[in-house]
Design a protein around this ligand. Structure first.
Ligand code: ATP
Ligand code: MG
Length: 326
């Protein structure tokens, strides 16, 4: 596992934002990725920004590298299930992808009932909801309980600044976001991706609790997996060996995902509205450590942190691979 000193030192050199000159590229700066769209390609720089409750909070050392390389791992592992958009990974923080027309529905799959955000299944269940995204839920479920089978709980992809909303299959179709045939085909792919994700994670002693997939249409109209796959931003990960005991005694699960930061904020009264509490460096270091731990445990590979100034390194790599003019 990475040395805490390396993480502390990198606090000063995190990748907060980029501003590369790709000529006529259209820029889209999301909460986490800086996107440069050039014709049929999208150059995605995964920064070290962390967002929670749809608000960008701070940066975490090496978070961008973790996310980009973890997605790379999963895109490779899942390409027999879903056609994906990846073309090239010219730098640890950068993916060049086919630019797809995004489908405005996020395919969320949940194996357990948990979560603290308003779109999460436990949040709603705790407040009395016994139906979620069209699924009937039995009485007596407890927080973090395993669902009898994984549930698909789609959410709409909100415009920038607005919050996503959980929806049922029927609502997706009624809103005209997808036809029933399209929905069912993508739902089937999502369930297969989740099943494989859980299987690979389980071999590593990790539970893939839930996750979110995004899809788009490629230049030939083919449904394509985009964005990121099975990262600590898009998924929850718990430890298998401590799960039962913690669940039985009603304790918090050991988390290696974004929930650590969400919980830290929620404990201080922040759930998306009002001023964001300032996140101290020790919390940033601990969160970074968990992201790296997730990478190593889930992929079974050692994380090779590339320390130093990421902006210059990325620029040089983009020039070397011919994406950027020197
Ligand atoms: N291959 C692709 N083709 C088209 N769009 C993509 C592709 N891969 C990712 N995207 C989109 O690019 C954006 C990635 O940036 P980022 O992850 O920072 O956004 P976000 O904060 O999750 O979302 P938002 O757009 O709401 O800010 C997302 O909107 C994602 O849907
Ligand atoms: Mg995103």
């Amino acid at each position: 596992m990475i040395d805490a000193e390396i993480l502390k030192r990198q606090l000063k050199s995190t990748l907060e934002k980029t501003n590369f000159d790709f000529g006529k590229a259209k820029k889209y700066f999301g909460k986490v990725r800086d996107n440069y769209i050039l014709n049929d390609r999208r150059i995605m720089v995964t920064t070290d920004r962390i967002s929670a409750f749809d608000v960008v909070l701070t940066t975490l050392p090496f978070k961008g590298q973790v996310l980009n390389q973890m997605s790379q791992f999963w895109f490779e592992k899942t390409k027999h299930i879903a056609n994906n958009a990846v073309i090239d990974i010219p730098d640890p923080n950068v993916t060049v992808a086919r630019n797809c027309k995004p489908i405005m529905v996020e395919f969320v799959v949940r194996g357990y009932i948990t979560g603290v955000t308003t779109t999460s299944i436990w949040y709603n269940y705790e407040r009395g909801a016994r139906e979620f995204c069209g699924h009937k839920l039995p009485e007596g479920l407890r927080k973090d309980q395993k669902l009898t089978r994984p549930l698909l709980t789609p959410s709409t992809k909100a415009e920038k600044g607005l919050h996503d909303e959980s929806v049922s299959r029927a609502e997706v179709i009624r809103k005209g976001l997808l036809t029933a045939e399209e929905f069912d085909k993508i739902a089937e792919v999502s369930m297969k991706l989740f099943e494989l994700g859980q299987k690979i994670a389980a071999k590593q002693g990790i539970i893939l609790v839930d996750t979110k997939y995004e899809f788009g249409y490629d230049e030939n109209g083919k449904v394509t997996l985009i964005d990121e796959v099975h990262t600590p931003d898009s998924s929850r990960f718990w430890f298998s060996d401590s799960y039962e005991e913690l669940f039985k005694t009603g304790k918090e699960q050991m988390k290696i995902d974004k929930e650590y930061v969400r919980k830290w904020l929620a404990d201080r009264g922040f759930v998306g509205e009002g001023p964001v509490p300032k996140i101290p460096d020790d919390v940033r270091v601990e969160a970074a450590r968990r992201y790296i731990e997730a990478y190593e445990l889930v992929t079974g590979q050692k994380f090779r942190a590339v320390a130093g100034n990421p902006t210059e390194r990325i620029r040089q790599n983009l020039i070397k691979k011919g994406y950027l003019r020197g």
